[in-house]
Design a protein around this ligand. Structure first.
Ligand code: C5P
Length: 229
C-alpha cells in the first residue's frame, strides 16, 4: 500500500455548538451534537492527516489521535480557529456557531424581577466568513481548502450557494435539518454538496462516518486539481 492520501496534511475541524453565557448558571446553545465534525476528524486522521479538532459543547466521546482544543463561546472558537488557519491545508467548519450572544454577561446569577424581562443579543463574529476574507487576500489564495456547512430548513440549494459565494468556501455541505435521518444529533446524515459551479454530489442517507469519507474523497480530488493549475 502507498502513503495514505492525507499524510503530511494538516486538517482543522470544528464541531459542536457554542455556549453563550448569560450568567454563571445560564447560557444559550443549540442542538448540535458534534457527531458530524467528529466523524470528519476521524476520517481525516485515518487518512493520515494531523488533525486539530476545535470543539464547542458536544455529546459523546471525542475521537482519539487528534489534537483537541475545547472552547465555549463563538468568540473563543474564532480565536482558536484564526490562530491556526494559516498553518492548515484543510479547514472543515462543521460547528454550529451561535449567531448572537447576550450583550452583557452577568457576573452574578440574575435575580427574578419583573414578569417579563428582555435579553439583549449582539452578533457574533462569523468565523467562516473571516477565513474566506483572510484567504482571499493571501498570495496563495487556494490554501487552506475550506469546507463550510449549511443547516437549512427550506430552500436548501439557494441558501447553500448564497453562503458559498458570500463566505468564499470551496465546498458547502448542506443538510435539511427538517428531514428525518439528517442533521442535529442523528447517527446518519443526508447532504448535498455544492461547489462554485453548483451541485457537486447528493449523498443519500448514510452513517455520518460514511458521509465524512465521501467528503474527503471530494476534497482530495478538488485539492489536487487546484494544485495542478
Ligand atoms: O450562516 P450559517 O450559520 O448558516 O453558516 C453556516 C456555516 O458558517 C457553518 O460552516 C458554520 O460553522 C459557519 N459559521 C461560522 N461562524 C458563525 C456562523 C456560522 O463559522 N458565526
Amino acid at each position: 500500500v502507498g502513503p495514505k492520501p492525507l499524510s503530511g496534511k494538516r486538517v482543522l475541524v470544528t464541531a459542536g455548538g457554542t455556549v453563550e453565557r448569560i450568567d454563571p448558571v445560564r447560557y444559550i446553545t443549540n442542538d448540535s451534537s458534534g457527531k458530524m465534525g467528529f466523524a470528519i476528524a476521524e476520517a481525516a486522521r485515518d487518512r493520515g492527516a494531523e488533525v486539530t479538532l476545535v470543539c464547542g459543547r458536544t455529546d459523546g466521546e471525542a475521537p482519539n489521535g487528534v489534537h483537541i482544543v475545547k472552547v465555549n463561546s463563538a468568540r473563543q472558537m474564532y480565536d482558536a480557529v484564526m490562530a491556526s488557519v494559516p498553518n492548515m491545508d484543510f479547514v472543515v467548519k462543521a460547528a454550529a456557531v451561535a449567531d448572537y450572544r447576550p450583550m452583557h454577561q452577568e457576573a452574578h446569577k440574575m435575580k427574578k424581577t419583573s414578569e417579563a424581562i428582555t435579553l439583549e443579543l449582539v452578533r457574533n463574529p462569523d468565523i467562516l466568513q473571516a477565513i474566506g476574507d483572510w484567504r482571499a487576500i493571501q498570495p496563495d489564495s487556494g490554501k487552506p481548502f475550506v469546507i463550510g456547512f449549511a443547516a437549512e430548513t427550506m430552500d436548501v440549494e439557494k441558501h447553500a450557494l448564497d453562503k458559498l459565494n458570500r463566505k468564499k468556501c470551496d465546498l458547502i455541505v448542506a443538510n435539511n435539518v427538517a428531514e428525518s435521518g439528517a442533521g442535529f444529533g442523528t447517527e446518519t446524515n443526508i447532504v448535498s454538496v455544492y461547489g462554485p459551479q453548483g451541485l457537486v454530489e447528493q449523498i443519500p442517507q448514510m452513517p455520518k462516518r460514511a458521509v465524512a469519507e465521501r467528503l474527503w474523497d471530494l476534497a482530495e480530488i478538488r485539492m489536487n486539481v487546484t494544485n495542478a493549475q
